[in-house]
Design a protein around this ligand. Structure first.
Ligand SMILES: [Zn+2]
Length: 419
């Protein structure tokens, strides 16, 4: 038996078909309510860690569900614990809540009323879908052995909101550490509405930022030998970084370095004192994520030294690699098949080079993050505007899929220990 035996045991679906059918049907029947909440959220998008209007809409939506609700200290999060009728472990479901600095151009009847802010990444659907999952679970409380922690999280778009909620104790909100964690992300393109996609292992990249200051000595452009010109040295670094990516890292565990900003000088015949580079760095494994800062620093410092200049390298960690637990992906795949048929699951062949702060949760707890298709009807998933576009539209139907899949994951994980 050994390891294989354990894996086999973990892969047994313990929810029977009747439970899943009722989840699917109830999620569909609840769609008018979840869509209404989603539209209300969409009208008042907020950015960052302080989302008072969004938080109030969540609190109002949860008010009649008999949950243990608490709010964050350093951010406007909502943590709600749903207690089952029977004792058991706890699992976590997460929905991020924040919007983006985008001016909406969708023409939706529920278009943003906040100038220059838009739910362009579909986090309004994550909130409403999680409320939908809470209603599905609350209606089944009598059959639940254990607890479900509902994590309504601000500040996904670069503010490390998930890490802050972990620091404030969300993983232990039910009184014991959660044993499984689940989240969804809707996609306005690439996946047809209702499709569910994920993969075992790395699903999304880590995203870091590096800033390099090349320090030379300015002078007259006609006499560079009397100066220490930082511009050709910075240019050499831009190319050397690309050589580093392909020569120092495994092609099957890739690194993406994009120097998106190069800045130096004022005029054609003046050699500046300094040159600046800024790059985004994407990695796809925790080991490479750990190794890459030192390699970039070594390269930039030594290229500068080779020319008698100095370089200061400032490396800022963004979000870690999002890594799915293989057994939890198998659970999500099986439940999606059972809920919506075999064709509804899409096995993602490669990771997505974007980053996601649910990665902080998955560093602590085995779980799975899945993409849910929300391409509007009549649009080609291959060409519809992508997440973050001012024209990105998300189909409400993805709310029912998200709610049912999240509720099924929680129930199935809890039933595993009870069974
Ligand atoms: Zn997002």
């Amino acid at each position: 038996m050994g390891q294989d035996g354990i894996r086999e045991q973990r892969q047994v679906t313990v929810l029977d078909e009747g439970v899943l059918t009722s989840l699917r049907d109830d999620a569909t029947a609840d769609l008018p309510r979840t869509a209404e909440l989603r539209h209300a959220l969409h009208r008042v998008p907020e950015r960052g860690l302080d989302l008072p209007l969004t938080q109030q809409l969540v609190l109002d939506a949860l008010a009649d569900l008999d949950l243990e609700v608490s709010t964050g200290q350093g951010l406007s999060s909502v943590t709600a614990v749903l207690r089952g009728a029977h004792p058991g472990p706890a699992v976590l479901l997460r929905g991020d809540m924040d919007a983006l600095p985008v001016t909406e151009q969708t023409g939706e009847p529920f278009t943003s009323e906040h100038e220059g802010v838009m739910h362009a990444c579909g986090h309004d659907l994550h909130v409403a879908g999680l409320v939908g999952a809470a209603r599905l679970l609350a209606a089944r409380r009598d059959s639940i052995a254990g607890s479900v922690v509902l994590m309504f999280q601000p500040g996904e778009e670069g503010y490390h909101g998930a890490r802050l909620m972990i620091e404030e104790g969300v993983l232990d909100a039910a009184g014991s550490r959660v044993v499984g964690a689940y989240g969804v992300h809707v996609m306005s393109s690439t996946l047809p509405a209702g499709a569910v996609a994920s993969r075992a292992g790395t699903l999304m990249a880590a995203s870091d930022t590096v800033r390099v200051t090349v320090e030379g000595r300015g002078g007259h452009g006609s006499k560079p030998y009397l100066a220490a010109d930082p511009v050709p040295v910075a240019a050499e670094m831009v190319l050397a970084l690309q050589a580093m990516v392909t020569r120092q890292f495994d092609v099957f565990d890739p690194v993406v370095v994009t120097v998106g900003r190069v800045a130096a000088g004022t005029k054609d015949n003046i050699i500046p004192d300094v040159a600046h580079l800024e790059a985004t760095v994407r990695t796809f494994s925790p080991a490479t994520h750990a190794a890459v800062p030192e390699r970039i620093a070594r390269l930039c410092e030594h290229v500068a030294a080779a020319h008698g200049l100095t370089a200061t390298v400032e490396y800022t960690r963004g979000y870690p690699v999002t890594v799915n637990d293989a057994a939890e992906v198998a659970r999500a795949r099986r439940l999606t098949h059972a809920l919506y048929g075999e064709g509804s699951w899409v096995e993602a062949e490669v990771p997505v080079p974007g980053a996601e702060d649910f990665s902080y949760v998955l560093e602590e707890v085995p779980g799975v993050f899945v993409f849910v298709g929300a391409t509007p009807e009549g649009h080609d998933p291959a060409t519809a505007p992508y997440n973050h576009s001012p024209r990105a539209r998300f189909a409400d139907e993805a709310l029912a899929t998200s709610a049912a899949v999240l509720a099924a994951l929680a129930l199935d994980r809890l039933a595993q220990d009870a069974g």
